[in-house]
Design a protein around this ligand. Structure first.
Ligand code: NAG
Length: 367
């Protein structure tokens, strides 16, 4: 039996060259798309290494239209009626973004249950880039709430060396704590004060706040919100939990993080990326916390692509959804548009024409 060592034949060169070209092309693709590939791997495996870190103890929430908020309502939630509930004050506190439409819907939803709206606005983003003061510029739109508004302008500045966006965000939240403290101190001694802590796009339902005014839920509670993307046409899940309500004490501070293990189910709405115009999407996508997701791929910022993405309910970065189980991951990859606009904020429905872009069938955005 003879073993023959042959020089590469013409035939194997025909194989070698395409394989080499393919390998080079493949490496080029990997280098060009390293951010996307890294993100896809990390998002695709998230259910294996990450767990939702929100509060675990979910309190079933009971509500029907016209329901009386009384001791029976409290009892259903395992609570007692609050002593001195008539004198209770409620403060809603938000850091201003660009989302004036959601702010208007929010303030109208909460007007009858809130005593003061605290708004802090800066002329810079957390990354220190200059930005418009949307609220100050359009304050007239909110004149009907003027007596309730406590507004504070926070001058922004470029990031100092060694300072991160997280530091600026923390400082901004501290400014809100200070503003709340100053105001609440002027109230008569022993006034019970609830503070709603959430982003503008996290809107507690009016009836939720009524329930929490009526019942003694303890010192703090998180609100589980229906989680929407782009508009109320696309519902992701119920995973939004960062909004919270606190009974104010000297040691309470304004936060957007976990403060306890209680979560009141189905307490309102969280509408992420619910913008009226395409340029707002582009600004948001360029924003700090997600800049890694663009990963140098400027095609992601194409107007036409963004528009189609919104109408199809797909991820704006062309990424996998952020989900903690494969069941959620799969269902969020192929969302079905809702045909229901039942159970949404009242002001939105009363003004459906003005807010068409937030409702089923309204996915076209203004340029
Ligand atoms: C924000 O406003 C302050 C005071 O009005 C000004 O000094 C500062 O330069 C502005 N910052 C930005 C980033 O525009």
């Amino acid at each position: 039996m003879a073993i023959s060592f042959r020089r590469p034949s013409l035939r194997s060169k025909f194989v070698f060259i395409p394989v080499l070209l393919f390998t080079l092309g493949f490496l080029h693709f990997i280098i060009q798309n390293q951010y996307q590939i890294k993100n896809t791997l990390s998002y695709a495996t998230r259910p294996l290494w990450d767990a939702a870190n929100g509060p675990k103890q979910i309190i079933p929430h009971y509500y029907a239209e016209g329901m009386n908020m009384d001791s029976h309502a409290c009892q259903l939630h395992g609570w007692k009626e609050r002593d001195g509930k008539d004198g209770i004050k409620v403060m809603d506190a938000v850091l201003m973004s660009s989302e004036l439409d959601l702010l208007e819907i929010r303030m109208n939803e909460l007007d009858s249950v809130v005593d003061h709206f605290f708004i802090i606005e800066s002329n810079a983003t957390f990354t220190g880039l200059s930005k418009e003061t949307y609220f100050a510029k359009d304050r007239g739109r909110f004149s009907k709430f003027e007596k309730k508004i406590v507004y504070n302008f926070l001058p922004g500045y470029p990031l100092r060396s060694g300072e991160s966006a997280w530091d600026v965000e923390a400082a901004t939240r501290n400014a809100m704590t200070a503003l709340l403290r100053t105001h609440i101190r002027t109230l008569p001694q022993n006034t019970q004060t609830l503070v709603l802590m959430s982003d503008i796009d996290e809107i507690p339902a009016r009836h939720t706040v009524e329930l929490l005014k009526t019942c003694d839920f303890g010192s703090s509670i998180h609100l589980q919100l229906r989680n929407f993307l782009y508009s109320f046409e696309w519902q992701l899940d119920m995973s939004s939990w960062r909004a919270s309500v606190h009974l104010w004490r000297d040691n309470v501070y304004y936060r957007h993080s976990k403060s306890g293990d209680l979560l009141l189910a189905d307490s309102g709405w969280h509408c992420s990326y619910c913008f009226r115009t395409i340029p707002e999407y582009i600004v948001k996508m360029k924003g700090f916390s997600h800049s890694d997701r663009i990963g140098g791929n400027m095609k992601l910022l194409d107007t036409q692509r963004i528009q189609e993405t919104i109408c199809r309910g797909k991820d704006i970065f062309g990424m996998l959804p952020e989900a903690y189980s494969y069941l959620d991951l799969l269902s969020q990859m192929s969302l079905e548009p809702l045909t229901s606009a039942v159970g949404l904020p009242r002001f939105l429905i009363d003004n459906a024409e003005r807010f068409r872009f937030l409702l089923p069938g309204g996915c076209r955005r203004e340029d």
